[in-house]
Write a protein that binds this ligand. Sequence first.
Ligand code: ADP
Ligand code: MG
Length: 694
Amino acid sequence: MRDEILNPLFSDISSIKGVGSKTLKLLTKLIDSSTIRDLIFHLPSNIIDRSYCPKLNEIQTGRICTVKVKIIEHMAPKNKHQPYKVLVSDGTENLTLIFFKVYADSIAKNLPIGAFRYISGKIERFNNTLQMTHPDYIVSEQDVAKLPKFETVYPLTAGISNKMINNYINQALIRLPNLPEWLDDEFIKKQNWLSFKEAILDIHSPKYACDLEPYSKSRSRLAYDELLANQLALAIVRERVKKQQGRVIIGNGMLRKKVIEKLPFNLTIAQKNVLAEIYDDQSQPYRMLRLLQGDVGSGKTIVALLSMLNGVEAGVQTAIMAPTEILAKQHFETISEICDNIGVNVALLTGKTKAKERREILQDLENGKINILIGTHALFQNDVNYKDLGFIVVDEQHRFGVDQRLLLSEKGNKADILVMTATPIPRTLVLTSYGDMEYSKIDQLPEGRKPVDTRVLPISKLSETVAGLKRKIDTGVKAYWVCPLVEESEKSDLAAAEARFEDLQKIFGNKVGLIHGKMKEKEKDAIMDKFANSDEINLLVATTVIEVGVNVPKATVMIIEHAERFGLSQLHQLRGRVKRGVSQATCLLLYSFPLSETAKERLNIMKQTEDGFLIAEKDLELRGGGEILGTRQSGFCNFRIADMNYHKNLLYIANQDAKLILNKDPNLQSARGKALRNLLYLFGKDDSIRNYRG
Ligand code: ADP
Ligand code: MG
């Protein structure tokens, strides 16, 4: 399958001269692979400029320089603790070379008295004499070519010196074949880019610091190649999914009309737009997989319900899966109230459902009586059989693993799937991880939402904070108190939260509850239930992120301790918990020192804005795209060359480019198509072209 022209790049680095078994191990670790290709993609991180060649009496000390000098005198040390010194001169001033722990023989040989030498290194002035300790280079006049004017510096690991890696990479570069161009000629001309090979060679021989910048010409070309490979691979996979048959869901609108008339509010324009997109998608004959993003409180539930009703009108069963019992119960209450008296059968199925009721539900599912089933992952257990499940909504998707999602899509009868998330994902990340997966955004909150009064305070203000909290709680308000849980020190953090809980108990008595990650799901649910649905608990101390999406109308105060330890998106999600329509909500961010620059910036942003999408973008900037939104497992891909802080524009171009390419040449058969296959191999995207006949 792989074109032979690529073979040299996929051969093993052990084939490089000088790479023995020990070096092989170190090198493999350093480049995270053992192929020549990855050695070539190991890019320089710095350069040393040795082109500064001053007269000694005019030298700027502290700078790397190269000087031509005559050897004047050797000064052997009196004991082994002293250095060996060699006095040299260029005729304008003397310079002392200093060597620790070296053999006098080799110095005498390399620096014979009366001879001329080129010497390169850093010169300092001590007690008014010029000194260079351990020169980087000492070469004779005839060997001057061995002294590089610019030395390329690579990221290293212990046991691999810069000279070694320069040598290995230079050998690898010799094997770099001329590959047929995969980019559009016009586009390359416009960007003024070199070919892939020329660009690689250029990157490995930087002349100035600016050659190392991500936006340098050659790095941009390579970043674009990487992004194009990414977008092309995603587009190929997506085309394949699109070819899967799906359900055509077109309801008559009757149920939806009744529900909309009953709602105490008008849908926002954003909700209407998103619904139009979803209905359109549902009506298509291919399988729908759409991501619905909407900030906390933007009104996703009603959107989910209306799209399910479209399914019910069209005669299919629908289901909505929530990540926890509490959320499932909440959805059930909301939805069954709205659907009361319109002839839609709604049921709740969770792990808590009693055996007898469960039997009845299972029966009604099989005979088709139930139109909307709400629940947790209990919805998709083996013995749950639907008559004709045609539309599935997954709420708060990031709580579910990929396996669960797969399981779910197999359950349905070619069911369309809508995935809802309250975590805003910046467009760049949607693009790089899902490609053009359809997504809809509710980018507007219902009218009349008051901004949360957000304050940033040092922990030294704790006693005032507690006093203020007491006054609020006495008026019937509920509050969250969040203490962070850091994985490495889970125990001590839990202890800190328990200590805080005990402190607060002294003031608030038994109205304080504690919830943490070490509790069983049932215990957590019980506490949440008391907080949400009764007056037994008014203040909830939590170590873990509070149940995403739980609606506790009376909770209008959020206190976050060690706010500096949270990511922006987490802070935003937490604050969203207290954002109520009518009453004024408060969020207090308590921080402790030391406060890093990034942490300061995060807290500032929280004070300045409540726009989830803006916050997500900032979060991405501050984290540099590595870890997004506190969920490592979310599968967002990491690039080796492309950097979203610099190459966003290239991503958008690559996205369009990939579409055009597949439109014209869906099987990558043309000359350019074949060249593009090389590109996919180069960036390890061969998975997507496997099974790709042609
Ligand atoms: P989320 O997107 O966080 O899941 P919900 O669907 O729970 O948000 O909606 C939050 C609250 O806003 C609910 O009480 C809901 O009834 C209300 N709501 C939804 N849409 C509107 C609207 N268009 N106008 C006013 N209130 C709305
Ligand atoms: Mg919700």
